[in-house]
Structure formats: C-alpha cells, structure tokens
Design a protein around this ligand. Structure first.
Ligand code: NDP
Length: 445
C-alpha cells in the first residue's frame, strides 16, 4: 500500500478539487499504519472504497427574484457513506460552494459522525446561491426551488440534511415546508428545525458548546481548564456565538470576533449584553464587526487582519476553511498559545496544523472538536423518532457526555510514546475503524 500512488490516482480522478484531496491526504497519512497492520482492510480494498462517495447528485435550481428576473444556481448533495447509519450532513448556501468543497466536507462528515457514537452516515450538500442581500421572499423561493429537486433523495431513514453556512433556522423551515408539501408527511427529515415543530433545544448552541467542552477536555490533560483563559474567536456566526457563550460560562475571557473584512479586539471581554448586541446586528442583516466598536469604544477594529495576532491561551477558529495559515499559527505559537480547538471545518491549513503538532500544542481538529453540532442533530432525530422533547438540561448533559467520549476515543488512538496526544491521528483512526469495520460486515455491495 503506497500513499503516493493512491494520491496520484485520486488527483487524476478528481481534478480541480484541492480541498477534497487535502482532506483525504490528511486522513490517509494518519490511518495508513492501521491499514497496514490489519490485513482485513487491504483485503477488502477499504481505502479505495472509503474515499469514493456513494453518490453525487447535482441539479439545476431556478428561481425568480423580487423584480421578476429568473436566476439559475447549481444544487448538490454528496451522499458519501452510509455504512453506520443514514446519510447525515449540512447544507451550505454560499457563492464559494463547489462540488470539490462539498466532497471534502462529506468525507470529513463520515468520520466525524462515526466519532459521535451515534448511528449516522456522512453527507454534505449545498448551492452556490448567495443569500447575502436577498429578501425574505427570495430566500423562500430559492429554498423551495432547491427542495423541489432534493426531496427525491432525502428522508428520515435515508438522508437527513441540516444547516451550515448560509442555512439557519429560517432556511431549514422553508426547505422542510416544501418537502412536507411534496411528500405529504411530517417527520424528522431535517435537523435544526424550529423548536415548536420538532427542533431540539440546544441545537443552535451545540457546535460551539461542544467545541469549548472539547477544549476543556484537552486542557484537563495538562492540568488546566478554561477558567481565567484569554480566548480568541474568529467569525461571529452560529458556531462562534455558541463558543463565546460557553467559554464565558466556563470562566474564560473572549477578546475577539471577526468577519471577512477584519477583526475586533475587545480587551474587556465579549460577553453578556455585548453578545446580545452582536446578535441584533446579525439579525438585522448588518455588518457586525465594525459597528461593534461604535457601541463599545474600548474595542478596536483591525481592517484586513485576522485575530490570530492577538496574544491568547486558547484560539477557537470558528469561521471558514483555511482561515488560519502558517503565519497565523506561528504568531499563536510565539504568543504562547496552549490550545487550538476548531469550531469550523478545516479552518487551519495543513502547514498550520503541522506547526501546532510540532510544538505539541493541544490541537483539536474540527472533525472531533465541532462534532457536537451533528451529535445534537442525532439527538434531535432520536427525539423525533420517539415523538417527545427533552429539556435543555437533558440535551446539554448528553452533548457533554458525547464530547467527553469523543475526547477519550482521540486519546485512545492518538496518544504517542512521549504522552503527547495527536488528536488528528486519534480522531481519524477512531472514526475510520468504525466505518471500515461496518463496510466489511456488510460485504461488497
Ligand atoms: P455562519 O454562516 O453562521 O457564520 C460564519 C461566520 O464566519 C460569519 O460570521 C461570517 O461573517 C464569518 N466569515 C465568513 N468568511 C470569513 C472570512 N473569510 N474571515 C473571517 N470570517 C469569515 O456559519 P456557521 O457558524 O454555521 O459555520 C461556521 C463554520 O463551522 C463552517 O466551517 C461550518 O462548516 C462549520 N460547522 C458548523 C456547524 C453548525 O452547527 N453550524 C457544525 C459543524 C461545523 P459574515 O457573516 O460577515 O460573512
């Protein structure tokens, strides 16, 4: 088994999909020894099978804007692997959406879902539609047009989509409404639903909460905790918001948020009313980063810069992929960062990740540290199937337990001889074994 040959075959088969190839390479590098040591994986040709999505669905989405102009976008669903459960993964609406990007996310999702301890396969979907600046009516028409095609491929035991960038509660509502009309059934086909029609308490906060719980577990391995730590966060979307709330609850001080145009540094900490104010700005569809400094003059805005130049103990990249590069990682290391826990999917470039590992930083890769979102989606599915609702405390307690067990699995498979826990290796191996064994159990199908 030669990694270079596998990657060169994959490059030929998947031209123009660098993010997908980057994600596959990162996983294969860490699991190759497990495959070599266990002949059953090679005998079943698991590597070639696990890097190929089960199915890629691509479709046309036509919709009319408020002025009567007709637009065409492309919609996708990548159903990557359903060995351990029905396909499950978010839907992203963003102009940067490409098939390669979704294949990367679907591949990662397969391993992440495996880590959650819940029976969920991996998928991802989306469209290059840009929700920014669109009216509510335009968003609704787009979601309905998207679902008019996707409804054929999803279902509560087939494929259960959820939100992601550009897809929140409102978009899930519009998509679910269209699905229900077309199929004539009200069941848990989506997660992230409204609370009064099947949604779970804590789901909106879950990814961020889980991320901070995971950081806390990593810190514990060094006799540390979140209490009193200075934390830098990027973005101010769903994941950043949950991370900021939980970091504050655990006694840390969050000093940054960011957007595509720059970051805000608030030495007094971003908590309480300040978080509510940010939510208000976000809800009114305004730019959030700069206006924060008008309301809180002690804070400063750094145009065109990223928050990783700020001295901190814990860094939580929560915005978008590849938002933290080698230079940023070097800044963090020079400033004595203890722990980096990814709220976003693949926010650190491979070079940044290597630097963290080289310096033995506590580095939580997204597939482990941000798995709390999909885990709570799994809990939402369970509540829907049982036709009951758990309290916020019940859901959060289950989420906390899941994050602890993900951490344990990472330690089990990622602990190196010197005691350093390589969470990248640990999460990849733990996620891989479960999926690969299920594929072998189910035969060549
Ligand atoms: P949101 O759309 O709610 O938030 C994204 C945030 O990132 C926004 O504040 C956005 O700013 C900001 N942003 C976008 N581009 C940049 C950039 N280039 N530099 C800095 N900030 C930027 O998305 P989510 O919070 O839901 O998702 C964030 C990440 O977390 C994604 O990688 C997603 O895949 C991942 N994730 C999300 C889960 C969830 O449950 N939502 C679960 C697991 C992972 P602006 O609004 O101004 O563009």
């Amino acid at each position: 088994m030669n990694l270079e040959n596998i990657m060169s075959d994959l490059e030929k088969k998947n031209p123009g999909q660098p993010e997908f190839l980057q994600a596959v390479k990162e996983v294969l590098e860490t699991i190759i020894d497990v495959v070599r040591e266990n002949p059953k994986y090679e005998a079943a040709n698991i590597i070639d099978r696990i890097v190929e999505p089960d199915r890629v669905i691509s479709f046309k989405v036509q919709w009319m804007d408020d002025k009567g102009k007709v637009h065409v976008n492309r919609g996708y669903r990548v159903q990557f692997n359903n060995a351990i459960g029905p396909y499950k993964g978010g839907i992203r609406f963003h102009p940067s959406v490409t098939l390669g990007g979704l294949k990367f996310l679907g591949f990662e999702q397969t391993f992440k879902n495996s880590l959650t301890t819940l029976p969920m396969g991996g998928a991802k979907g989306g469209s290059d539609f840009d929700p920014k600046g669109k009216s509510n009516a335009e968003i609704m028409r787009f979601c309905q047009a998207f679902m008019a095609e996707l409804y054929k491929y999803v279902g509560p035991d087939t494929d259960i989509p959820a939100g992601d960038i550009g897809v929140g509660g409102r978009e899930i509502g519009y998509m679910f409404g269209m699905y229900k009309k077309l199929v004539g059934e009200h069941h848990g086909v989506f997660t992230g639903k409204g609370r009064n029609w099947g949604g779970s308490l804590i789901r909106p906060e879950a990814t961020g909460f889980g991320n901070v719980y995971f950081a806390e577990e990593m810190l514990k391995t060094r006799g540390e905790s979140m209490k009193g730590k200075i934390v830098t966060v990027s973005g101010f979307g769903n994941v950043s918001w949950g991370s900021i709330i939980k970091a504050n609850q655990l006694g840390a001080r969050v000093v940054t948020i960011s957007g595509p145009d720059g970051y805000v540094y608030d030495p007094d900490g971003i908590s309480g009313d300040k978080v509510d104010y940010l939510l208000e700005l976000r809800a009114s569809n305004q730019d959030i980063v700069k206006p924060y400094t008008y309301e809180y003059p002690n804070a400063q805005f750094f145009e065109g810069k990223r928050p990783w130049e700020v001295k901190c103990d814990v860094a939580l990249p929560c915005a978008i992929q590849n938002e933290l590069n080698l230079e940023d990682a070097q800044n963090l290391v020079n400033n004595g960062v203890l722990c980096v826990s990814e709220g976003a999917n693949m926010p650190c470039t491979p070079e940044a990740m290597e630097l963290f590992l080289e310096h033995k930083i506590l580095y939580g890769p997204g597939k482990a540290s941000n798995a709390g979102g999909v885990a709570t989606s799994g809990l939402e599915q369970t509540q829907n199937a049982m036709k009951l609702n758990w309290t916020a405390e019940e859901v959060e307690q289950k989420l906390h337990t899941i994050m602890k067990s993900i951490h344990e699995a990472c330690v089990k498979h990622g602990k190196e001889e010197d005691g350093f826990v390589n969470y990248v290796k640990g999460s990849n191996i733990a996620g891989f074994i479960k999926v690969a064994d299920a594929m072998i159990d189910q035969g060549v199908i």
